[in-house]
Design a binder for this molecule. Sequence first.
Ligand SMILES: *Cc1c(COP(=O)(O)O)cnc(C)c1O
Length: 433
Amino acid sequence: MRYKSTAGKAPLTSLRGAVLRGLAPDGGLYMPVEIARHSPEELDEFRKLPFTEVCFRVVKPFAGPAVPEEALWQIVSETINFPLKLVSLSPGLHILELFHGPTLAFKDFGARFLARLMGYFVREETRPLTVVVATSGDTGSAVAHGFLGVPGIRVVILYPSGRISVAQEKQFTTLGENVTALEVSGSFDDCQRLAKQAFSDDELNQRLNLTSANSINVGRLLPQIFYHVAAYRLLPQTTTPLVISVPSGNFGNLTAGLFSKRIGMPVARFIAATNANDVVPEYLRGGGFHPRTSVATLSNAMDVGNPNNFPRLLDLCRNRLELVQREIWGHGASDEETLGMMKSLHERFGYVADPHTAVGVLGWEAYRRAFPEPAQGLVLATAHPAKFAEVVTRAIGSAPQLPARLAACLQRPKLSLPISSHYDDFKEFLLTS
Ligand SMILES: *Cc1c(COP(=O)(O)O)cnc(C)c1O
């Protein structure tokens, strides 16, 4: 598979080139040049074969020939060493829990895969690879855990001071080794800007081997196709159209959803479920695309004012609004609605949802009101409720159960370094540390 840039001015490259660069040299995002559909017979097999085998078959066309089969098999099987759970709340509403990995969020899929893939690609490099990642909460921990101890790679995490929960912060600031966390006095958008500026800084890129572990890196998105295929395997086989609600911030998850549809998964529509940062739902209503400063919400991993995968969504829909609208419907929920939904899910079904998942359910319910014809709803549950204990307690009156590995890291001291939101300070850090 060859990869092109969405900006159209960079040479085609292999998966290796796309993953090690992160952002294309023309500032665009790497995309597969063409995505092959699997035949109906192959899709049928996807329901029967072991899940690891299915994931391997799904990712192989995207990887070849940059990664030999044996190495790819190992990367895939190490990535998905944790369960996926489907919880059916009613015959028409299912929740796919993606948060049973080591850091309790769906980002473990992307980060574990990317870390292993990069580890494979840098085996023979002499200069260490510096992976820079901006996080609004969950990316940092998934990436930190995914890359911890991988030889030849150092990880630098930028996060907004005071804007993430204690549990989130402790998951990636207490590790040490090859992982450094920078506590930025600014917003998540500042962190994302610092990272982007570093990737397009020619001088810096000559002196360092720099790449991104954010969802601008196409290597993060490929393993996210896996759980859309898992949904296909786990859901009851019916002809009722499937609608998948995706709690969204940077829209990597939804981009991977479209990839899964392009390879043949039968999805009628996706719902772009956001919080008050509803730049994409506004675009889908025909109001134009107007990135703006993010506002802080209870579902903070989706506090993104300028979603960085938006060019990919456009590219997959041939840059035409009406084609995007055909595949994606949008809804933005307020914090009040989010708390209300968490309470209602608990009361109606005894289900404890984190705020991001609740935003997904709100998207689904809004969709039902707009389109009452029969449909099966699937909501992606993106984080474990224990990661957002304060919000859950506010919504349902009791704290969610804390999994042991989260409890353990809450005890450790935070090791992050404070830094301003000025690019020069960040660059200086990268060059001298
Ligand atoms: C990152 C994240 C999201 C948003 O995913 P995108 O791919 O950026 O749209 C949603 N929920 C949680 C819990 C997250 O960590």
